[in-house]
Ligand binder design. Sequence first.
Ligand code: AMP
Length: 430
Amino acid sequence: MPAGASPRMPRHSLYSLTESSDCGPEKEEEEDSPKRLTPLEKLTRDMCHDEKTIKDLTVGKRVGFYKVRGEIGCGNFSKVKLAFHALTKDKVAIKVMEKMRLDLQTQRMLSREISNMESLYHPNVLRLYEVVETPCRLYLVLEYAGGGDLHSRLTSEGKLTDPESKIVFAQILSAVKYMHDNSIIHRDMKAENVLYSCSGCVKVADFGFSTRINNRNQMLDTFCGSPPYAAPELFKDESYLGPPVDVWAMGVLLFFMVTGTMPFRADTVPKLRRSVIEGVYALPMWVSAPCQRLIRGILKPDPSERYALDQMLGCEWLLPVELFRTARPLQQLNPVYLLEAGTGRMMQEEEDVRAALQELGVTQEHILDNQCKNSRSPFTGMYRIVLHRIQRNSGTERPPIITGVVKDPKRDSLRAYRNLRHTSKLCVLS
Ligand code: AMP
């Protein structure tokens, strides 16, 4: 920009569409001074004209507005890569799927995964920021959970301590309660699908098997999930109720967390099936009595006798954990929310998001033009990423704290067992 040239403001601000409509004097300037581009304008120009950026887009080093780095994980039909938003600089995880490899059933699962994630907004549910589609690939841009998954932690470091288990389990419970309250059944709850974020919170991930139910009595008939976590009714009945199946899997998960081993183990699926249907498992003595009671209440073979989520929330073991946070309105995930003046507590957050986006060059026009696209809009992606960062920075995403100690004489008398470590021997069945 030549010396003395005044920087040009974005044509429309997020606050008002008419703000710069009287562009008489600006127009005169435009003719003899080069236009100062916003970061967004510069990026979109590079994506069309810059040789290196175009090459990166062609070879997959860039996807939409994201710069892709190395691989961080691998699923059945996908690779998970680390990436950065080119404008906001935030880290994200991108799940990459080759469309050619997706059969009809997988495509159906994928579209459910997207729509179910789109309808969830909870601090312990992994966030979907954006979906990018190219002729050959589909990319799910997800919140990056940099602390690894619970399964790796349990298998490498052994069981969690009682307070650690409480803190992790309380978050999982809060997430599943929220999902069920919103008619979503996860159907693949397992330690591999619980990720630690950098802030120490846990996030329930992988909604590939999730389904939406019309009511709590709706019977489902597809066997989903991982056999060691599967409820007995999944092995023996033709149909099952959704909520108790997630509850059972959480019981297996809790057992795994507090003991470092799985309650039902076998080297083949038929043997595992027998073991789950028999429902016999051995809880080690060092597990605290309130936790034992919770596990026994959950791992009841008859789904009608199994604990409901509310019973779990009120159980003695979780009493000292501060559980609940205020639920945020779901519409906050859509950037149009910014254009509708908010009131009350959300105001500062909105203002900060608005200012950050405006600085990058996102205008009201961009947001209005992308309505109805939900996560398939790069502006929704940017908005959700910036919103999430601002929420994290303001401390809204912290693991729960233990506010008191429930005295457990049995546990005290078993101090000698505390350092016993149990290595998990998970059979690979799925
Ligand atoms: P998935 O295909 O969802 O089973 O993911 C495969 C692996 O990628 C997981 O086991 C994680 O190690 C890693 N991964 C998936 N999603 C994320 C994420 N959002 N953040 C960090 N790592 C992830």
